[in-house]
Design a protein around this ligand. Structure first.
Ligand SMILES: *Cc1c(COP(=O)(O)O)cnc(C)c1O
Length: 374
């Protein structure tokens, strides 16, 4: 059975994924236009280095990075940073707050290093796991936003108050992949605030970006000198290349231009405060709709609900897979729950590029389909 949603109910853009996510109108066109003049030329020359410089200065301003902090970037995405942390971030004892798939992956990447152990602070999906300052560690790991469950964490520094780590002060490493650019943050309370650009920045995957503290840079330099470290996982080498507005190896130019465009737009609109206002408005539409609906309810616990990724449980009378099939046939895509969560759920990315009007239209379309599925 086909359900045709009336066109006046449809959102202007049907992309609601939690990453990769939609581009802003004009973002891709401008990136393609600018890349057309320099694609196929050396990334070691000024035209491409200028694109990297735009990103580094744009992000430095957007995140108001403190003196001594630096914007780093490299190929490989946030997943690569988990391995880089194992090599040039963690001395010997990490602690990881785990409340979903992405935080779990970060913890297991670090735990694989033969020189490191990783203590997990775990909480059930939909709730927030928080590191424990009372348990000593030299590195604390958590996500600003756990994308698999739609849980937002406060961002703060963990110092390992109980002491006892040989490598000096503890460092705080925050996976900000689905948060960076959509919510306010004080990066001074982190040592590495790292992310991929295919979520709030509406760009493509394949690259990672980060704000790094002087302490993180110093530790990376020390560890790279004392361990065998693959070049691509060496954060001190990434810093060296970034300072020269380069990456260790060849980056995607169109991607750099997409990111630069988005960072500049975010600043023009009023920076992180304005982006958080947008994402709160869009996510609020969904949470209020779910609370009022007789077949939907928010999944994440009230104090932990994300303004960037909204997870909503559905009543058994509205099977998510069938609902998503009907939505997709009408051009509304990627509201899938995280694969392994195994719930009758939808999950919606409410990043800065997703206007509240489109989210309101999405809820109207879901209501329309659900009524006709019954
Ligand atoms: C998407 C995501 C990642 C993975 O990013 P890649 O660019 O695919 O490596 C990691 N962490 C979080 C929190 C994410 O949302």
């Amino acid at each position: 059975m086909k359900i045709a949603i009336p066109t006046d109910l449809l959102p202007r853009d049907g992309r609601f994924g939690s990453g990769p996510s939609r581009q802003r109108p004009g973002q891709l066109e401008r990136a393609l236009e600018a890349s057309g003049r320099i694609l196929g030329t050396s990334h070691r020359q000024p035209p491409v280095k200028n694109a990297v410089a735009r990103i580094r200065s744009g992000l430095a301003e957007l995140f108001a990075i403190p003196d001594g902090y630096e914007i780093l970037l490299g190929n490989g995405g946030a997943s690569l940073i988990w391995d880089a942390l194992a090599f040039t971030g963690v001395d010997s004892h990490a602690q990881a707050a785990v409340c979903g798939e992405f935080t779990a992956k970060a913890a297991s990447a670090v735990a694989k290093a033969p020189w490191a152990q990783c203590t997990r602070i775990q909480s059930p999906p939909g709730s927030l796991a928080v590191c424990d300052d009372g348990l000593p560690a030299d590195a604390y790991l958590y996500a600003h936003n756990e994308t698999s469950t739609g849980v937002l964490s406060p961002v703060r520094r963990f110092t390992g108050a109980a002491g006892g780590n040989a490598g000096g002060a503890a460092l705080t490493f925050v996976d900000a992949t689905s948060a960076a650019g959509g919510v306010e943050v004080d990066v001074a309370s982190t040592d590495l605030y790292y992310f991929s650009p295919q979520k709030c920045f509406g760009a493509e995957g394949g690259l990672w970006l980060a704000a790094a503290s002087p302490a993180a840079l110093a530790r990376a330099g020390r560890l790279a000198a004392q361990r065998p470290v693959p070049a691509i996982l060496d954060l001190s080498l990434a810093a060296k290349n970034s300072r020269a507005n380069q990456t260790l190896n060849t980056p995607s130019l169109v991607n750099l231009l997409l990111i630069a465009d988005q960072a500049e737009w975010m600043l023009e609109e009023g920076g992180l405060a304005a982006m958080e206002a947008r994402t709160r408005e869009s996510s609020g539409v969904l949470y209020r709709w779910a609370e009022a609906s007789d077949f939907a309810e928010p999944f994440a616990q009230p104090g932990a609900r994300s303004n960037l990724v909204v997870t909503i449980d559905l009543d058994a009378s509205v099977p998510s897979e069938a609902l998503r099939g009907h939505l997709r046939a009408n051009g509304i895509v990627d509201v899938d729950p995280y694969r392994s969560l195994g719930r009758n759920q939808i999950r919606v990315g409410t990043f800065p590029n997703v206007p509240a009007e489109d989210v309101a239209a999405l809820t109207a379309c879901i209501d329309y389909v659900a009524e006709r599925m019954a």
